[in-house]
Design a protein around this ligand. Sequence first.
Ligand SMILES: Nc1ncnc2c1ncn2[C@@H]1O[C@H](COP(=O)(O)OP(=O)(O)OP(=O)(O)O)[C@@H](O)[C@H]1O
Ligand SMILES: [Mg+2]
Length: 334
Amino acid sequence: MWKLAIDLGSSMTKIYRADTSSGIVLAEPSCVAVAGMDREIKAIGKDAKNLIGKTAEYTSIIYPVYEGEIVDLTLAAAMLKEFLARVGVKPSALRRAQVLIGIPCGASEFARREYAMLAEECGLHKVFFVEQPYLEVLGSGAMLSDSEPVFCIDIGGGVTNVAVVSGDGIIAGISMNVGGNNMDANIMEKVAKTYNLKIGALTAERIKNAVCSLADARGAIVAEGSSVETCRPAAVSVHAAELTGCVRAYVDKILEYAGAVLRKLPAEVAATVNRNGVFLSGGVMKLPGLAQYIGRSLEMRPYLCEEPQFATVRGGGAIIRDKALLTSFGRENE
Ligand SMILES: Nc1ncnc2c1ncn2[C@@H]1O[C@H](COP(=O)(O)OP(=O)(O)OP(=O)(O)O)[C@@H](O)[C@H]1O
Ligand SMILES: [Mg+2]
């Protein structure tokens, strides 16, 4: 029987297979390219993302699960069905598959129902929902127990979760619509202002991932786009150091909220958290120097796992394969 954990991220959908030793079996952009009024699906995942900014007017790229919310149930279901097929789950196996889906921290009943409907649309019957901070904690290498609460920060493409979690529940937490996408938008603005070059969202993301840093931003990268003045294709060399502010502005905002979460903690929990440090996950944590920057700012030891963008889905994998954890943390689809 298939056992899968699914992380429907704002930027990337990840699937982990737990009934074999496969581990992560899919990581694809969470988007769909649709054409015309009847929204014919042209591409899903990687192929759809490649079309961003390059399509004619009648094709649009839609992120059906955005900032944790299912904004387009039909397309979300089409996308997830396709991803399940790409992983190799046959339609006949969907009914019996055990599937864990990560849902936003503090998801409302309405949001939970949307996720349940999505699962149903995909033909999944045995589904467990778990709030993301539990998955982030387990996937970033911390243990969940009642006596040792864990402080974690996950910065993804569209959402940041800051939470203090114990085996007993989420003690304090906040989820905000801030992430890598905001940083990309800041980079687009900065390059337009400083270099008179209009760049697309994909280019901005590539620049961020290639040269931005909170340690010692050095070097330069060639950015291609169109000139603000002449509107003709153009390319300029962009200096990494000039872009640091574009990412730091959002990191500082996140740290302000993290400070607020810490200030609300009961004294015993604060003491434990202070001793155990902060566990970091999410794709944005790959920015060089970010973990240390967070550690210095919070005056706490930072723990950054390998491949932090997969922490959530790895945590899901750990729960779906373990009956006891699943009973403690999973809420089954009724
Ligand atoms: N090397 C890198 N440096 C900086 N940022 C990166 C790097 N690699 C990926 N990212 C960014 O990480 C973000 C995606 O992270 P992740 O996969 O954790 O998000 P998600 O789970 O899809 O979204 P969310 O959790 O917000 O719903 C994107 O903004 C992406 O550009
Ligand atoms: Mg995520």
